[in-house]
Design a protein around this ligand. Structure first.
Ligand code: G1P
Length: 291
């Protein structure tokens, strides 16, 4: 029996420069796909996977994320008074509950590895999940739940991976692959953002990880990697050989909501799945395309 994964770290300190001007005042993690913030999709997926505690690594000027996970007493009271019980219930259901969220500041933007390291004392000595809310994954069984299922069987580190076009390897952490067993691949090595000509494969990490706490020992050194940043991938690479390390080609569709096109695609795809919207959205798209 492997130690249970109970905690998730959500790095949300990024400046969101690709979405300026809106991210001047609205954190990109609160940008809505239809009516629900990106970060809420991440929390829903984590809860489905059995995660109980959420550690947000936030940055200056993004307190709206903390507020989003608090009660909104005035609003909730008004909803109740006006008989809007569905809306009221929705807000109750989405709140992770008292004592279940922690917010820690990444005081300087030093990279994803540094952001995760900031959560070290909150995670302690147990396996944990990392979720990057930019990556929205639509799947029958949530992506994190798929990873945890593998972890419960094998133990060790498990990351969600997908094949990307070779010309895009310089956007991802890329796997050097050992033996494969269906959707499960042994990770022999990891390179952060390799040039397409040097990438060991096209199998790339997306924003879902199950990591052993030993990763903090490597992050402690604060070594800089690709782009002069402290990279999570580099610290993970150091665990290969001493800890089990797998990649899982997950079932589902991932939308890169860190890019405008991916974000738009996610909105359209999710709207097409909403019964109350899909017919009208379909018609709207046809009309727009024929104009
Ligand atoms: C980060 C990681 C990278 C991973 C990617 C997934 O990169 O450093 O290894 O493949 O997330 O979205 P970023 O998108 O922050 O540049």
């Amino acid at each position: 029996m492997h130690q249970q994964v109970r905690k998730a770290v959500l790095p949300v300190a990024g400046l969101g420069t690709r979405f300026l001007p809106v991210t001047k005042t609205v954190p990109k993690e609160l940008l809505p796909v239809i009516d629900t913030p990106l970060v809420q999709y991440a929390i829903d997926e984590a809860q489905e996977a059995g995660i109980e505690e959420f550690i947000f690594v936030n940055g200056r000027g993004k307190n709206a994320i903390d507020d989003y996970f608090d009660h909104a007493f005035e609003l909730e009271t008004l909803l109740k008074e006006r008989g809007k019980s569905d809306e009221w219930s929705l807000l109750q259901r989405l709140n992770p509950g008292p004592g279940k969220t922690a917010f820690v500041r990444q005081q300087e933007p030093k990279g994803l590895g540094h952001a995760v390291w900031c959560a070290k004392d909150y995670v302690g000595k147990e396996p944990f999940a990392v979720i990057l809310p930019d990556d929205l994954v639509d799947a029958d069984q949530g992506c994190l739940s798929q990873l945890i299922e593998v972890y419960n069987r094998t133990g060790g580190n498990v990351v969600a991976v997908e094949n990307v076009p070779r010309e895009h390897t310089n956007r991802y952490g890329v796997l050097d692959i050992g033996t494969t067993d269906g959707a499960l691949v042994e990770v022999k090595g990891l390179v952060e953002k390799p040039d397409p000509s040097e990438a060991p494969s096209t199998l790339s990490i997306i924003g879902r990880y199950i990591l052993l706490p030993e990763v903090f020992g490597h992050l402690d050194r604060h070594e800089k990697g690709a782009g002069g940043e402290i990279q999570l991938t580099d610290a993970m690479a150091k665990m290969i050989g001493s800890q089990l390390f797998h990649g899982l080609e997950f079932d589902g569709t991932r939308y890169d909501c860190g890019s405008k096109l991916g974000f738009l695609e996610a909105n359209l795809a999710m709207a097409l799945k909403r019964p109350e919207l899909s017919d009208d959205v379909r018609k709207m798209m046809v009309t727009l395309l024929n104009e």
